[in-house]
Design a protein around this ligand. Structure first.
Ligand code: CA
Length: 225
């Protein structure tokens, strides 16, 4: 996942870049608004880390202007401005998350993963979990960009699981989500769908992400955790 770091403190930018690269992201670093605009025109990014005090302008002003123009990837504001008013202004200007410097790399990476999972109203409604993506609008799943051939119920199940990544989803909840109340559900129906979905996920050559938690239900593993 490509991340654009907009930060004019070179040492901090390098540190963040190395840190999130170790967590599996592919960062590009720019140090000004001008360079950020050039980078965004040039490549597709999955997320932006935005410092506010930049040599050629205020990141907040830039963000508000960009948000009103075109869809931007999710933006995580990372700044020393720690007042309540600053945080509110940052989120109101179009920031999707707001972190105060200094920040631990582990938290930064976790916030990025959370942003990338979130089906933002203005961003692309795509939930990403490692190599697996789920397009909420198209109701389709893909691994490394290769679309999985899913039935409607398999897609429903995948959505249910990816939206609760890292937590166990009970079988009763899956039944309720997948079947109308007037539909008869055979005892093994959920197991059968889970099993078909798991095969399709595994056919795409990945470690088992859809796991059974005995006696409880099913879970998609958070590959970033
Ligand atoms: Ca700065």
């Amino acid at each position: 996942m490509r991340v654009l770091i907009i930060e004019d403190n070179f040492r901090l930018a390098e540190l963040m870049g190395r840190g999130i690269a170790n967590c599996g992201f592919s960062p590009d670093i720019v140090s000004s608004i001008g360079d950020a605009e050039a980078a965004l025109a040039d490549a597709n990014y999955d997320a932006i880390i935005l410092d506010l005090g930049l040599p050629d302008g205020d990141g907040l002003v830039w963000l508000r202007r960009e948000r009103s123009k075109a869809p931007l990837p999710p933006v995580l504001i990372l700044t020393a401005r720690d007042g309540l008013g600053d945080r509110v202004a940052g989120l109101d200007a179009g920031g999707d998350d707001y972190l105060i410097k200094p920040v631990e790399i582990e938290e930064l990476a976790a916030r990025l993963r959370a942003l990338l999972r979130r089906p933002g109203p203005r961003g692309q409604p795509v939930i990403r979990i490692g190599r697996l993506t789920f397009d909420v609008a198209a109701r389709s799943g893909a691994i490394d960009g290769r679309t999985l051939e899913l039935t409607r119920r398999e897609a429903d199940l995948l959505e249910l699981l990816v939206r609760r990544v890292g937590t166990v989803v009970r079988r009763s909840m899956i039944e309720e989500a997948l079947y109308r109340f007037d539909e008869a559900v055979t005892p093994n129906a959920v197991e059968a769908i889970v099993s078909r979905l798991r095969h399709k996920l595994n056919d795409a050559d990945r470690p088992d992400v859809l796991i059974t938690v005995r006696g409880m239900g099913y879970m998609i593993r958070d590959s970033g955790a």
